[in-house]
Design a protein around this ligand. Structure first.
Ligand code: 5AD
Length: 351
């Protein structure tokens, strides 16, 4: 019997419960026609909540040192060829100053788990930014830390935290990470962040080695449990000098499919058009937005360090990916009927 898959998409759009079989059809068996329909519905829902504005976040990549050894990541500690740098407090505040002039209202501090950037050091940075910019949103993305550390970050003035769960499935997690890391630990950190009142972001790579549709189904169920305010989804892209350097990249099509499914399942979530998708294909940002994404995160790190934050090959950091090219970003958004929204863009429970 042939299912009418538009019916399933309509059910998802209406917020109805989908069973396992229906999710598996959405994840793996949609025709081109159904996929276009899905993207249209998802973009419509995004516009209903956010209009045609796309929120922007200034992204600072604060360190390419990392104590972890994730098999997919170019800045894993085992990569002796990785170029390392860490930004000083002064450099970070300088970037924020520039971000402020450019009109950003969110700063995202993202980095590897750099043992030199201690909990105390991060608290000091957050306090300094908070003092200089009382009204801006501060987002941290500095990995797994203790409950006490997360609490201290919150009290110092951080509002949001990004930590991808990467995969919900414990076996798959161990295919992607050394045994010193665990999916359970990652989930515990995320629940802690949620309970502390952070707007919490999670997500996964699409097409990571060993990923199946069944695992993606588990990811969606986990996100339903977590109820994240932000969801970051990008394709896996092989990074040189990593165990996965010869694996094939995830597809843009599958990535935009998942973005649309997540938009429909989490209508108010802040979902970025990720740099990974833009790095994989030239119009990745537009594709993501037309699939329901509503955030972009232009890079404001010092230009000379930017290329060193090489978590995968050919990562984009100039063009519309750069905070210095907001005009170009605006033009590209205008071309598809959207525009930049410079507001803070907090998760909003009221609309
Ligand atoms: N390809 C795509 N995304 C990657 N990340 C790390 N390495 C890669 C890669 N090779 C993602 C991870 C991490 C985020 C900061 O970047 O999901 O959480």
């Amino acid at each position: 019997m042939q299912f009418n898959n538009k019916n399933i998409i309509d059910k998802l759009t209406e917020g109805e419960f989908l069973n396992h079989e229906e999710w598996m059809i959405l994840l793996g068996e949609l025709s081109d026609d159904d996929q276009s329909y899905l993207h249209e519905k998802a973009a419509e829902v995004a516009r209903m909540h956010f209009g045609n504005g796309i929120f922007v976040r200034a992204l600072l990549e604060i360190s390419s040192y990392c104590r972890n050894n994730c098999y997919y990541c170019g800045i894993r500690c085992g990569n002796k060829n990785a170029q390392r740098y860490r930004l000083s407090k002064e450099e970070i505040l300088e970037c924020c100053k520039e971000g402020n002039i450019l009109g950003f209202n969110t700063f995202v501090l993202q980095g590897g788990e750099d043992p030199h950037q201690t909990d105390e050091w991060i608290v000091d940075i957050v306090k300094s930014i908070r003092q200089a910019y009382p009204d801006k949103a501060i987002t941290l993305s500095v990995g797994e830390r203790s409950h006490e550390a997360y609490l201290a970050f919150k009290e110092a003035g951080a509002n949001r935290f990004l930590l991808r769960h990467e995969t919900r499935n414990d076996d798959h997690y161990l295919q992607l990470h050394p045994s010193s890391m665990s999916a359970e630990k990652r989930r515990d950190c995320l629940m802690t962040l949620k309970h502390l009142g952070f707007q919490t972001g999670s997500g996964m790579m699409i097409g990571s080695p060993g990923q199946t549709d069944e695992y993606l189904y588990e990811d969606i169920r986990f996100l339903e449990h977590l109820q994240p305010e932000m969801i970051g989804i990008g394709p896996f892209i092989p990074a040189s000098n990593t165990p996965f350097e010869n694996c094939s990249a995830g597809s843009a099509e599958k990535t935009t499919l998942i973005i649309s499914l997540l938009r429909l399942r989490f209508p108010k979530a802040l979902i970025p058009a990720t740099t990974a998708l833009s790095s994989l294909c030239h119009n990745g940002m537009e594709q993501a937005i037309l699939a329901g994404a509503n955030v972009v995160m232009p890079n404001i790190s010092p230009a000379e360090q930017r290329k060193k934050y090489s978590i995968y090959n050919n990562k984009k950091s100039t063009g519309a990916e750069s905070a210095q090219q907001m005009q170009q970003l605006e033009e590209r958004l205008n071309a598809i009927g959207y525009h930049i929204n410079y507001d803070r863009g907090d998760y909003n429970t009221f609309y």
